[in-house]
Design a protein around this ligand. Structure first.
Ligand code: SAM
Length: 279
């Protein structure tokens, strides 16, 4: 029997049965539209041989759409009632038990994933989407690609090129791991409850080779944070604290890295930041 998807009525029935009232605190906006979850899975290019990790499966809408392809899923859910119920929902939709593993925990605290999944697919909780994404990319090097649904503002930031208005620390940190692109918009009407923000899909592909060691990454991120904390200032001022103490020290270091000290943080690529951090 093929895997079937969750419909709007079943989602509400499940929530009522579990006594779940969606909370803002956990970013609980459940997708009630089968076309949307199928589209996410299609954009992610998931196929039967894939091992996928999903963050925040909720009542299982997206989980079942991933499982429909024949792929296996590791799902990390912080809400105990939802985590506990998911295997039962999957079984009721004809999913063989060995294709779904549920981790009942905060995604920010998870540091191992069974089966080393290579694809990330998630409708992320909005309040923690960037920290969760960066944590997963840092902690699980076997994750090669993914598609996530996030608040439009966050998605635009993640995929922003240097020089654009929304380019910020999350854009540079995301680019440390690979390339990012916007992959579609999602109507508010597909969620229950309907959120008061727009959503987009963002896709990423990890670079073939890691950009640097863990130490190099930490130093780079420290410099990025300093540059964007004072984004209107020239780099020689914004980075004086992390590059030696004075603006003159910072200028010398920036010049050594081939970066004009009068630029602002929003004009630099991740390669520029990585070069400054390597000195
Ligand atoms: N995937 C489901 C869907 O598309 O209908 C639910 C998506 S809902 C936007 C976000 C889900 O993430 C909720 O189920 C919420 O309980 C869960 N969540 C929130 N914070 C989390 C965290 N730190 N770790 C794991 N799951 C989390």
């Amino acid at each position: 029997m093929p895997v079937s998807l969750l419909g709007a009525a079943e989602i509400r029935r499940l929530a009522a049965e579990l006594d779940v009232t969606p909370t803002k605190k956990l970013g609980q906006n459940f997708v009630v539209d089968a076309n949307t979850v199928r589209k996410i899975v299609q954009v992610a290019g998931v196929s039967a041989s894939d091992r996928v990790v999903e963050i925040g499966p909720g009542l299982g809408s997206l989980t079942l759409a991933i499982l429909e392809t024949g792929a296996s899923v590791v799902a990390v859910e912080i809400d105990h009632r939802l985590a506990e119920r998911l295997p039962e929902t999957a079984a009721a939709h004809e999913v063989p038990a060995d294709r779904l593993t549920v981790i009942d925990d905060d995604a920010l605290r998870v540091d191992t994933l069974p089966g080393e999944p290579t694809v990330l697919v998630a409708n992320l909780p909005y309040n923690v989407s960037v920290p969760v994404l960066l944590h997963f990319l840092e902690t699980f090097p076997y994750l090669r690609s993914g598609v996530v649904m996030v608040q439009a503002e966050v998605g635009e930031r993640l995929a922003a090129p240097p020089g654009s208005k929304v380019y910020g620390a999350p854009s540079v940190k995301a680019a440390w791991y690979g390339s990012w692109r916007l992959a579609g918009t999602v109507s508010r009407q597909v969620f229950w409850p309907v959120p008061n923000v727009d959503s987009v899909l963002v896709a990423f592909d990890r670079d073939a080779e890691p950009r640097g060691t863990e130490e190099h990454r930490r130093r780079t991120f420290q410099i990025v944070d300093a540059a964007f904390q004072q984004r209107r200032k020239m780099l020689r001022q914004a980075l004086s604290g992390v590059l030696g103490g004075t603006a003159a020290d910072a200028s010398a270091r920036l010049e050594q890295a081939g970066v004009d000290p009068t630029l602002r943080g929003e004009q630099l690529t991740v390669d520029d930041y990585a070069r400054i951090a390597a000195l």
